[in-house]
Design a protein. Structure first.
Length: 207
C-alpha cells in the first residue's frame, strides 16, 4: 500500500488535481486500489495549499466515471465467464470479486450502480454487471456520476478536515463497513417500496 501512496503523491506533485483524477481512474479500472487512501490524501494536500479542493473533487469524479466506463465496456464486450478467467490472473483481483459484484447487481438492480459506489469491494466492479446486462449508458452515467461525486467529496473533505491525520479515514471506513452495508440495504428496500407502490398506484389509475 505504501507504494500506492508514494505513486499517488508523485502523480499529484507532477499533475496537481489532474493527478488525482488519474489515480482514481486507475482505482476504478484496476480494483481494488483503494480510494480510501487516495482521496483523503488529496484532501490533505488541498489543506496544505498544494491542490485546489474543488478541482480535486471534480477531477476525481471525472476519473471515477472514466474508469467506470472502461469496466462497463469490458463487461459488455467480454461476458461473465471470460471475465472470471481474466480476474484469476489479475493482480489484486479474484473471480470471487466478479461474482460478488454480479450478485449485488442482480439483488438490487440498476440502483446498485449508485449504492455500490459506497461499498468496499463493490465500488469499482459494479460497472461490470451493468455492462453485461447492457444497462442504458445514460442511466449508468447518471447513477455513477452522482454516486462517485458524493463518495469522492466526502473522502476528500474528510482528508481536508483531518489534515495530517487523514489516514484515520481508512481506519474509520474499515471499522464501519458493516454498518454501511446495512444502511445501503435499508435504503434500497425503501426505494423499492416507493417504486412498487407508485407502480401499483399507476395501474389502479389506468383501470
Amino acid at each position: 500500500m505504501q507504494q500506492i501512496v508514494d505513486w499517488v503523491v508523485a502523480a499529484m506533485n507532477l499533475l496537481g488535481s489532474v493527478g488525482v483524477g488519474l489515480a482514481i481512474f486507475l482505482e476504478n479500472a484496476f480494483p481494488p486500489i483503494p480510494s480510501e487512501l487516495i482521496l483523503p490524501l488529496a484532501g490533505f494536500a488541498a489543506s496544505q495549499g498544494e491542490l485546489n479542493l474543488i478541482a480535486a473533487i471534480i477531477w476525481s469524479t471525472i476519473g471515477s466515471l472514466a474508469g467506470a466506463y472502461l469496466l462497463y465496456w469490458v463487461g459488455s464486450a467480454v461476458g461473465t465467464q471470460r471475465l472470471c478467467r481474466i480476474a484469476d490472473w489479475m493482480w489484486l483481483t479474484k473471480p470471487a470479486d466478479v461474482h460478488k459484484s454480479l450478485n449485488f447487481f442482480q439483488k438490487y438492480g440498476t440502483a446498485s450502480v449508485f449504492f455500490g459506489r459506497f461499498v468496499p469491494g463493490i465500488r469499482s466492479l459494479i460497472s461490470i454487471p451493468a455492462g453485461i446486462s447492457h444497462m442504458p449508458l445514460w442511466k449508468f452515467t447518471i447513477w455513477t456520476t452522482i454516486g462517485s461525486a458524493i463518495w469522492n467529496t466526502v473522502l476528500i473533505v474528510l482528508g481536508f478536515t483531518l489534515g495530517e491525520n487523514y489516514h484515520r479515514v481508512t481506519d474509520t471506513i474499515d471499522q464501519y463497513s458493516t454498518i454501511a452495508y446495512a444502511i445501503i440495504g435499508i435504503a434500497v428496500v425503501v426505494v423499492l417500496f416507493f417504486l412498487i407502490r407508485r407502480a401499483v398506484g399507476n395501474k389502479d389509475t389506468t383501470k
